[in-house]
Design a protein around this ligand. Sequence first.
Ligand code: NAD
Length: 357
Amino acid sequence: MSIRVLTARDIAELVRQVGIDKFMDGLIESLETTFKKWKQLKVTPRVSFHYRQGVVEAMPASDDKWYTVKIVNGHPLNPSRGLQTVVAVAVLVDVETGYPLMFMDATLLTSLRTGAASALATKYLAREDSETLGVIGNGAQSEFLAYAITRVANKLDRILAFDIDRKATEKFTRNMSHLGYTVESVDSPRELALNSDIIVTATASPGRNRVIEKSWVEPGTHINAVGGDAPGKTELDPELVRSSKLVVELLDQALVEGEAQNVGREHVYAELWEVVAGIKPGRTSPQEVTIFDSVGIAIEDLAAITYVYSLAKGDDIGTTIKILPETSNPKDLFSLIAKPLQGREKGFLKNIKLYEN
Ligand code: NAD
């Protein structure tokens, strides 16, 4: 049986063929559909091993049809040696047989699904009349986040940006202009927060940071906090988190990795799937401040990987290769390494003879 192999280039080609708007809309929808059937999923926090150099994580998830696992890293010093901070690969397995069907780069997919997850949260938590999006941290994830949010926040007509690295904001501005958006660079995170209806924080600094202070946030704001995603690595003023409607992806993971680690479970309002499935209401007043505490969970990868698989299979994208052993008798795996060889039996018998002597 063949396995489909998708490189990052194949996935980029797939996005181009489908069209970026249609691809992102379909991805957000796939996340939404998957979250709605949460009770039928097999869900677990990721397994993370921490090293001096960074972290390597396995992220398994499953429904009754598919099993997926993503292996992803986080190595902050990699760019100084010409390598990316985050890269990922993923495998899709057919639950019926246990056979793997696809092996893929998941680096690009991680950014796309991170954007889609924040878009989904924005759809349920932001004010419908939100007009201004502010993005703090204009690195690798920023365009994916901003672009995905524009797909669900239909009244947006202004994008503000701030980064301690001006070049990052220039890059963000350039890339967003390719999608038809004008970005205004602001001088401080305070200015950005005071003027935004929806805020994204996607900074990458170790430690418990306060990228946004509570006093800067206007009533009615929705915040997607994306960069606080590891033990001891957070972005928001804990007072802001404590006084807002806090929605996490998976409570047990958020309490270890997210903004929730600074405030405790009693301040968590819901897991996002509960809001999406209508078990708990999302925003209930135009005045409340809502926070989506995003750390990235395996269920989002399950939704993204199966979505890409259906598209790639339909359009025959990628290559198919035979990796698994093929035997005419499924019980005879050993024959692959031990075909009858001339003289082998003879030697074996000779040994027995020696033993008998
Ligand atoms: P990146 O290194 O490419 O970009 C981060 C940017 O933040 C940089 O441009 C940096 O200059 C800027 N920055 C750092 N401190 C700042 C501050 N105090 N104020 C303003 N800007 C600041 O990283 P990335 O790949 O874009 O990832 C951003 C963050 O998102 C990381 O922390 C990463 O771990 C996290 N992440 C989360 C998810 C998720 O699912 N929640 C997924 C992927 C990445």
